[in-house]
Design a protein around this ligand. Structure first.
Ligand SMILES: Cc1cc2nc3c(=O)[nH]c(=O)nc-3n(C[C@H](O)[C@H](O)[C@H](O)COP(=O)(O)OP(=O)(O)OC[C@H]3O[C@@H](n4cnc5c(N)ncnc54)[C@H](O)[C@@H]3O)c2cc1C
Length: 238
């Protein structure tokens, strides 16, 4: 009984959009621009996401960060990883200009905490989308450290804003088992007192870095913000 009610509520809250541009940013990362007239004149803080209904003939929600937003015309930019499996990846592979799409949100992913002593960011390519939108929101004089991870050179997501982070390459290792990100964070000299850490993307790696900061560096829990985006064996995390 509850499930149909939740679905009905979601249907009422769904926004309608139409695809107005599709472009490959890298061999595996696709930029999809969606016109959402109901968002015209909205004010969106950085680090928001939407849930896309990835199946036009059903109801299958998949979550994507808003990389860009134009409040004048209500367009949002999503960068979607074509990882090959799952309705979200298949939707992004097949989508064409002129297609209609339903979406829920926007909703906040990770709030940008102002005036931290410094900021530490870590995440793989899906997290980089949200992280880039947060980096753009930080003042130029802010101290930012950390790393982004992808497979190979050529797979880095383009970014021209302030505080660009270095990319690490896991090559053919799986994101969930590659230790390259945690090892790079371990090698950083972390200034005292603790800053604010934003860890996003593949869940196991986020948890490993969180455990390192908590247990080995004695960072307070409140200084570590974690948002798991996906992990092997789970589907459609929100
Ligand atoms: C707040 C938030 C923001 C997000 N922002 C973005 C974004 O901007 N861009 C983006 O591409 N993704 C983003 N994601 C991640 C995305 O929602 C997941 O990758 C989602 O699982 C994709 O749905 P799917 O239907 O393709 O795969 P699912 O049906 O969810 O999963 C199918 C299989 O694919 C695996 N899988 C899922 N994602 C990946 C991956 N990235 N690499 C390898 N295997 C994977 C799963 O473990 C599962 O085994 C975000 C997630 C959250 C929670």
């Amino acid at each position: 009984m509850i499930q149909p009610l939740v679905q009905t509520a979601r249907r009422i809250l769904l926004r309608s959009g139409s695809i107005i541009a599709v472009q490959d940013l890298t061999p595996r990362m696709r930029h999809i621009r969606i016109s959402v007239p109901s968002l015209i004149s909205s004010q969106l803080p950085p680090s928001q996401h939407v849930r896309i209904n990835a199946k036009a003939d059903g109801f299958t929600l998949r979550t994507y960060s808003i990389r860009g937003f134009n409040s004048e015309d209500g367009t949002i930019d999503l960068y979607t990883l074509l990882h090959g499996e799952g309705p979200g990846s298949q939707w992004a592979s097949a989508v064409r200009v002129g297609d209609q799409v339903e979406l829920l949100g926007p909703k906040s992913t990770l709030a940008v905490i102002p005036d931290a002593p410094y900021y530490l960011f870590a995440g793989e390519e899906t997290a980089a989308v949200a992280i880039h939108s947060m980096l753009e929101a930080l003042p130029e004089q802010t101290t930012v450290i950390g790393y982004l991870e992808t497979t190979l050179p050529g797979e880095e997501i383009p970014y021209t804003g302030a505080h660009a982070l270095p990319w690490l390459y896991r090559k053919d290792a799986a994101a969930a088992t590659s230790a390259i990100l945690i090892e790079a964070v371990r090698a950083l000299t972390l200034p005292e007192p603790a800053g604010v850490a934003y860890l996003a993307g593949e869940a196991r790696t986020c948890q490993a870095i969180r455990a390192y900061l908590l247990k080995e560096k004695n960072w307070p829990r409140t200084a570590i913000r974690v948002k798991p985006f996906w992990t092997p064996g789970k589907t459609g995390l929100d």
